[in-house]
Write a new protein. Structure first.
Length: 407
């Protein structure tokens, strides 16, 4: 039997330290939840533990290098679930996924690198099904609020209308937070890969890139790539930087949960009403476009990498505490019935809230969903956790899910 419910691998990273603090504050070091921290440096692991205070002296730690298959296998055999924060995942994440798939150990991570997710599915899904390993990518701000928000909307639509919505949109109504060096490193690595790989660029343009094959013709999607007006929200909108990841995760969930065969979904960020909203939308759109063009150019990419936060850097504790997000999700059935739900979080979305989300996702796998109830394979948050995770997020993670209107 495994010793631990959860091991946080990469506990010395920026977000790993936030997860560690959250788990310690919630469960202590020797309570009902059996957990440990892990990484490649004993010195750094001890520093993380010491920072928690004297009462954390009994918190176990495991030393394991991400490039040592033997060490990762030993780590996996000690726990029910591994929570991984080791990014960019496309550079450092595969050995741990492979070890979990081989040992039948459940796994959650924070990746937003959808091309890497596809790579892992292609390489290890058959093995994970054989061993019973449940692999759930994208368990942070990308893509739990989006994926679980759509799942919640569809469940509420069934309850109110007796059917699901064929068209769904997610709009970021408000958010406050900062970026970390780890996230920036992942973006720069993806752009670097795509700039020299035409096949990858084609894959990234496919909204169904991580979906399994289906027997019907999927609808053409309409991502928000420019300034547009949203009649449902009565506001202008601009592209949302996480949409490319979230939309693909939600489409994979639809492929398995079958919300609708002709399911349409997109995401955007609301910028306000009137002239001010239009100008704000134009500025955001131009800013995102300019940034992507700049990082696509090799000389500028290097300069940007030097100017922006490095891995291990990110929002201050105060910024995490005062951050928040509010997402509104709009749905429409084939017969024109409409529903709006809201997903909100009480911390910086990328780090304060993300840490709580992935911690509860890992515990959900370890404590709430038996291996006999959910077989091995690769899951999205919605297909892997369902209502059990929504309950945990609302009870322990500062997230709320609520119905705003139905008509």
């Amino acid at each position: 039997m495994p010793t631990f419910d959860v091991i946080v691998y990469g506990a010395t990273s920026f977000v790993g330290q936030i997860i560690t603090r959250y788990l310690f504050d919630q469960y202590g070091s020797d309570g009902s939840v059996k957990w440990a921290i892990a990484g490649r440096s004993e010195k750094k692991l001890l520093a993380v533990r010491n920072a928690l205070g004297e009462t954390a002296s009994t918190l176990p730690f495991v030393v394991a290098d991400a490039q040592s298959a033997e060490a990762l296998t030993r780590l996996c055999k000690q726990t029910k679930v591994v929570v991984s924060t080791v990014g960019p995942y496309a550079l450092y994440g595969e050995p741990l996924v492979k070890a979990c798939a081989e040992t039948g150990t459940d796994y959650c991570d924070l990746t937003g690198e959808v091309h890497w997710v596809k790579r892992m599915i292609d390489r290890y899904e058959t093995l994970a099904r054989q061993t019973g390993a449940r692999i759930v990518h994208c368990c942070g701000y990308d893509s739990i609020p989006s994926d679980m928000g759509v799942y919640y909307l569809q469940e509420q639509a069934k309850a109110h209308f007796g059917t699901t919505c064929s068209t769904v949109t997610m709009r970021v109504k408000a958010a406050k937070g900062g970026a970390s060096g780890g996230t920036i490193a992942s973006v720069l690595n993806l752009v670097k890969e795509a700039s020299t790989d035409a096949t990858l660029r084609k894959e990234l343009a496919n909204p169904y890139s991580i979906c399994p094959p289906v027997a019907y013709t999927r609808p053409r999607q309409s991502p928000i790539l420019s300034v547009k007006y949203d009649a449902d929200a009565n506001a202008w909108m601009a592209p949302f930087v996480m949409a490319a990841v979230n939309e693909r995760v939600v489409q994979r969930s639809n492929a398995f949960l079958q919300y609708h065969q002709q399911f349409i979904y997109n995401e955007a960020m609301l910028t306000g009403k009137g002239v001010v909203g239009f100008l704000a939308s134009s500025a955001v759109t131009a800013g995102i476009g300019g940034f992507m063009l700049a990082v696509a150019a090799r000389p500028l990419r290097g300069l940007i990498g030097r100017l922006l936060p490095k891995p291990g850097e990110g929002p201050s504790p105060e910024a995490q505490r005062t951050g928040f997000f509010v997402h509104d999700v709009y749905g429409k059935t084939e017969t024109g019935q409409t529903i709006q739900v809201r997903v909100s979080g009480d911390r910086d979305p990328g780090y304060g809230s993300t840490a709580k989300m992935i911690a509860q996702a890992g515990l959900c796998l370890a404590q709430d969903i038996a291996k006999t109830d959910k077989p091995g394979g690769f899951y999205t948050p919605a297909t892997g956790f369902g209502d059990q995770l929504i309950d945990r997020l609302q009870s322990h993670s500062g997230l709320t899910f609520s119905v705003v209107t139905t008509s």
